[in-house]
Design a protein around this ligand. Structure first.
Ligand code: 6PG
Length: 262
């Protein structure tokens, strides 16, 4: 049963609000299931770029409860929206988080899941290999053709500095308009590291983009991103790159506190 979502439109953005985090994850798992079934009926498969970080853990755990009778895992293809340059055994690894919360609990063929390779040893080369993986899967011609993958769904997170995936403020990757995946140097107050990330054109060409944010700690940045487009946050750039109707927000009431107040 889909948990209740209140849908509002603010600054032309569709925002689905759940009363709390558990209702948010249950409702979003339901929406992703619906989208997967539609994508398979329409395109014969469901391809999803997964967000990393900590918020989606609860969503992935909710999705992990869905049997192959409830979710078309055998026709679902999972990719990483971004990855840290650590071994997949490292607790910082997004692939480890996704494996622990989702992959190890579902019967999805291993050939349907695409982790990065050697991201800890050679980030630049790993990004190039991941790009080739995407090109092969989506049957894209070579780079010069300016073709991009059309993911059925890109699931995006929101950092408190307005970043999404590993597209951080003032980082080089924000200006990448040709490559599909890059190793991005990230320097913030909290980070000085390299991250692999899919690029803005990849997210811009997804058929649907769901942003997931939860909790009081994201209330200010969420309000800024939705109500102050002039700020130029990476998440706003990604939203601005997408066609109308592609992007939807999925948040809980603590995260939407400032938006709901207005
Ligand atoms: C990552 C994510 C990143 C994340 C935001 C929010 O690799 O960290 O892809 O974009 O979604 O940083 O992270 P939290 O959900 O942990 O707040």
């Amino acid at each position: 049963m889909l948990s209740a979502l209140k849908t509002i439109v603010v600054s032309k953005q569709t925002i689905n609000v759940a009363v709390d985090q558990s209702h948010l994850f249950a409702a979003l798992a339901g929406r992703i299931t619906e989208l997967a079934l539609q994508s398979i009926a329409q395109d014969g498969l469901f391809s999803m770029a997964l967000s990393g970080g900590s918020t989606p853990k609860g969503l992935y755990r909710q999705m992990a409860l869905l049997s192959e009778q409830q979710f078309p895992w055998n026709m679902t293809y999972l990719f990483l929206g971004d990855e840290r340059c650590v071994p997949h055994s490292d607790n910082e690894s997004n692939y480890k988080m996704i494996s622990d919360s989702l992959l190890s609990h579902i019967s999805i063929p291993s050939t349907n899941v695409f982790p990065t390779i050697n991201q800890d040893k050679d980030p630049d080369h790993s990004a190039k290999v991941y790009e080739q993986t995407l090109r092969r899967f989506f049957k894209l011609k070579d780079k010069s053709q300016q073709e991009f993958p059309h993911f059925s769904l890109a699931l995006m997170g929101l950092g408190e500095d307005g970043h999404t995936a590993s597209l951080f403020p003032k980082s080089e990757a924000l200006h990448e308009d040709t490559r599909l995946c890059v190793a991005n140097q990230v320097k913030t107050a909290a980070l000085d590291t390299t991250r692999l990330t899919l690029t803005r054109p990849v997210f811009a060409h997804a058929k649907k983009v769901f942003f997931l944010a939860s909790g009081e700690s994201k209330a200010k940045i969420f309000n800024d991103v939705v109500s102050h487009p002039e700020k130029g946050y990476p998440s706003q750039l990604v939203i601005g790159d997408c066609l109308p109707g592609v992007v939807e927000w999925f948040v809980d009431e603590p995260c939407a506190r400032l938006i709901l107040k207005e």
